[in-house]
Design a protein around this ligand. Structure first.
Ligand SMILES: Cc1cc2nc3c(=O)[nH]c(=O)nc-3n(C[C@H](O)[C@H](O)[C@H](O)COP(=O)(O)OP(=O)(O)OC[C@H]3O[C@@H](n4cnc5c(N)ncnc54)[C@H](O)[C@@H]3O)c2cc1C
Length: 351
């Protein structure tokens, strides 16, 4: 965000996550003891500051839109819904609702889970639904959060409280599908009572500060990330469980790698839509997102079970990790997206 000049436009709304706390308890537990906690600081590792920020999406979108609009080499076509996709010898052609066509040497599909471009190019996906839904909302609380992000592992799935600027937090709540649908139908007061039951009570009285939204949760991976003059990025390529809040970060990694591959190809005079160029992108990103999807799937299966034996095992595991600073550091760098072969943009450099 710094490298592309976005950061100054979101910094005042970006809440640093100073500390992360993890608990694992039953739904009706009176208190939720912290089993694992770490200060989310990269000074020791990277010489930079906080490893994570929570940014409200409308602010991020607005900053990105302003930056794109002020860049002379970007043409924005809006409204524009892609209807189909075909490939000629030298161009990728996207047909829009309404009949217009956009042609370019390369199309990058960033059109989400149900990507029309992916489907039109015949790329299949592998994946499965979870018997869970994700509920997200914003709440206001009586006490300061102190920049602490909390993940309560509850029997139905992870319940994350992510600090926003001021006395506000974003809640990302995984619930079993049936119970989640029931909760979403409740009125605001009853919804808040359900939320309060899971919240852990540390931030005083709670009030809803935004609408609530729910999504069915699933995992999917595209069988290929590229086709003739087409590359998939973000959820068009992979959808992961929100347990670690990494979906958008994986998408940023894709975009950064794609940008670097295109920049290098342009510099050396190669056709940016050629398979030699696109294969480099696919090799770079496919394995990493496959590993991430597998790891989040396994974490969700391990933590979303109400089994006493498993809970004891998890408790011992979390407390063990809590005692090993080196292991904690591994988690911080992993969550900050600083492992593996980093594209330049993720190191704060222009490609
Ligand atoms: C409950 C939940 C919680 C989450 N929490 C986090 C979190 O804390 N942190 C995190 O990093 N990630 C999180 N994620 C994941 C994150 O939301 C996604 O990974 C991310 O939004 C993917 O971005 P994307 O741009 O690839 O796809 P999307 O955000 O789905 O965007 C796709 C875009 O394409 C447009 N589009 C679709 N079809 C067409 C078409 N035919 N023509 C033109 N445009 C089209 C859509 O309008 C949309 O604007 C969460 C997801 C869920 C479900």
């Amino acid at each position: 965000m710094e490298a592309i000049g976005i950061w100054p436009h979101i910094a005042d709304q970006a809440q640093p996550v100073k500390r992360i706390e993890i608990t694992d308890s039953g739904l009706d537990a009176g208190i939720r003891p912290v089993l694992l906690a770490w200060d989310n600081d990269l000074h020791e590792i990277e010489g930079t500051s906080t490893a994570a920020h929570i940014v409200p999406l409308p602010r991020l979108n607005a900053a990105l839109e302003t930056a794109a609009a002020s860049e002379r080499s970007i043409a924005i076509v809006r409204p524009a819904a892609a209807r189909s996709f075909s490939v000629g010898e030298f161009s990728a052609d996207i047909e829009l609702e309404g009949g217009d066509t956009i042609a370019a040497p390369l199309a990058v599909a960033a059109d989400g889970r149900n990507s029309i471009l992916r489907q039109a190019s015949g790329i299949k996906t592998v994946g499965w639904p979870y018997e869970q839904i994700g509920i997200a909302t914003t709440i206001e609380h009586e006490l300061d959060h102190g920049g602490i992000a909390v993940q309560h592992f509850l029997p139905a799935g992870p319940f994350a409280i992510l600090p926003l600027p001021g006395r506000k937090s974003c809640v990302t709540w995984t619930e079993s599908a049936a119970e989640g649908h029931r909760i979403m139908l409740l009125d605001d007061n009853a919804f808040l009572e359900e939320l309060d039951l899971r919240f852990g009570g540390k931030l005083g009285r709670l009030k809803l500060a935004g609408s609530r939204k729910a999504w069915p949760l699933s995992v999917h991976l595209a069988r290929a990330y590229i086709a003739n003059r087409l590359a998939l990025v973000g959820d068009a390529a992979h959808g992961v469980h929100p347990i670690a809040g990494q979906g958008l970060n994986l998408a940023f990694r894709d975009v950064a790698a794609m940008t670097e591959v295109i920049a290098d190809a342009t510099r050396t005079g190669l056709d940016i839509g050629s398979s030699a160029v696109l294969e480099r992108y696919e090799r770079w990103r496919r394995f990493d997102s496959m590993l991430a999807a597998g790891a989040f799937d396994a974490l969700n299966a391990f933590f979303s079970q109400e089994n006493r034996l498993l809970r004891s095992a998890r408790e011992v595991g979390l407390q063990l990790v809590d005692r090993f600073p080196a292991l904690k550091r591994t988690f911080i760098t992993e969550a900050a997206g600083l492992t593996g072969e980093l594209p330049k943009l993720l190191k704060g450099e222009l490609p």
